[in-house]
Design a protein around this ligand. Structure first.
Ligand code: SAH
Length: 397
């Protein structure tokens, strides 16, 4: 027995928790015993008093409980240490946590690591925490201790970047800040031998799009002697991978001038300041409409076009237009690396959207690779919502 507040579910609402899906929606609750506040830890029970899960309570939003354990536990510092250690050991198994060629990886991928509401990204000697639930934010001192216990002297900085991802009311007076160690704003990390200056302070997300690591490596393998257009390039991840692997020429395109400054920094960092490379500040959709047919490889990695179901139809139309333009204008035999990170557009819908684009473009297209998020972004099989990145390498004739 614990004295945690209790959430009692309505009749027949326990099925998803019994299958380890970690969310309890407010509509599934019959009764609340105790007086939990947003962020408090609660236990969840069925209507017949069967223990189901322990998790963080949050009345702000539609998900009332995010479960982090399906066994009755005492959620003290040791519990969080074990959770973080499990995530770390998985990254060791994946060859990421102890790897001199790659020290940029995701340590905690929320539901995929049994820690709903929590993202932790590691950049060399720095961990950047991003909380998506109030409960995870409230235990951040435990997280700091757990990270220090795991990494020891290898860790120099822990930065909290939660102010944009927590509910607005709660986050109104929060600032992003260094919560342990040396207060710096960026660090140089390495991914498959490519160096990147990761700036979490002003950068997008936690500073880098770690989820494209394996896809950047694959692009490198296809780049030798090729002319590459990298659209939606952010800090130039795909561009650096292409150039270090012998691309003949690379154009990096983004609508953000700040992103293109990061590309320039990353080129210098890799000794590529004199490479055959050009930054292009433009809207990718408009630019691709105008290009000549002389690229061998085009990367299309837009931000999520749909964040919610209601925006899905327009998003699909957006992906179709973008892909159709790229298919029309690539050299015969050329490759397009095309992606979607919209969770509501699944891989089947994305494939049919690219097929519709190929029909519109009127060219022969075949799929060489079907791409996805890497192993440090694991998907809980009972929580398909954590699968979001999908991509195709298509060849156009
Ligand atoms: N491929 C990148 C990540 C892309 S993130 C990597 O490997 O790191 C999406 C990028 O698209 C952001 O940098 C954003 O500034 C840019 N962007 C958003 N809308 C755009 C548009 N209409 N045209 C060009 N770039 C755009």
């Amino acid at each position: 027995m614990t004295d945690l507040p209790r959430i009692i579910l309505a009749n027949k609402k326990q099925g998803s928790l019994l299958r380890f899906h970690p969310w309890v929606f407010s509509g599934a609750i019959k009764k609340i015993e105790g007086d939990p506040k947003d962020g408090d830890i609660v236990e969840v029970y069925s209507v017949s008093s069967e223990y189901l899960a322990t998790g963080h309570f949050q009345a702000d939003g539609s998900i009332a409980v995010r479960a982090f354990s399906f066994k009755r536990i005492n959620p003290d510092g040791d519990f969080w240490k074990e959770k973080i250690r499990n995530a770390y050991e998985t990254r060791l198994t994946e060859g990421l946590a102890d790897n001199t060629a790659t020290n940029i990886y995701r340590l905690v991928h929320a539901e995929g690591d049994g820690l709903p509401g929590l993202i932790i990204d590691v950049y060399a000697d720095t961990a950047v925490i991003q909380c998506h639930s109030i409960g995870m934010y409230m235990i951040k001192d435990h997280l700091v201790e757990a990270l220090r216990a795991c990494y020891g002297d290898q860790l120099k900085t822990i930065y909290d970047k939660s102010s944009e991802t927590l509910p607005k009311n709660f986050a109104a007076n929060l600032t992003n800040q260094c919560i342990w160690g040396e207060d710096k704003g960026s660090v140089i990390g390495v991914e498959n031998g490519c160096k990147y200056n990761v700036d979490w302070f002003t950068g997008q997300k936690t500073g880098f799009f770690i989820d494209q690591r394996e896809n950047r490596k694959l692009l490198g393998e296809y780049s030798k002697g090729k002319k590459v257009l990298n659209t939606f390039c952010y800090s130039g991840g795909f561009s650096i991978a292409a150039l270090l692997n012998g691309a003949k020429e690379v154009h990096s395109l983004d609508s953000s001038a700040r992103a293109l400054d990061l590309v320039t920094q990353n080129l210098e960092l890799n000794g590529l300041q004199d490479a055959n490379h050009k930054n292009i500040k433009a809207d990718a959709v408009e630019y691709i409409r105008e290009i000549d047919v002389d690229y061998d490889v085009i990367v299309l990695d837009p931000p999520a076009f749909a964040k919610h179901m209601s925006a899905r139809h327009n998003a699909v139309q957006g992906y179709k237009r973008l892909n159709a333009q790229a298919i029309k204008s690539i050299k015969p035999g050329g490759l397009i690396f095309t992606f979607s990170c919209s969770q509501v557009v699944d891989k089947y819908m994305f494939n049919s959207t690219v097929m519709a684009a190929a029909i519109e473009a009127g060219r022969e297209v075949r799929i060489l690779h079907q791409l996805h998020q890497p192993a440090d972004h694991p998907v809980n099989i009972f929580h398909p919502e954590s699968e979001y990145l999908k991509g195709l390498v298509i060849q156009v004739n």
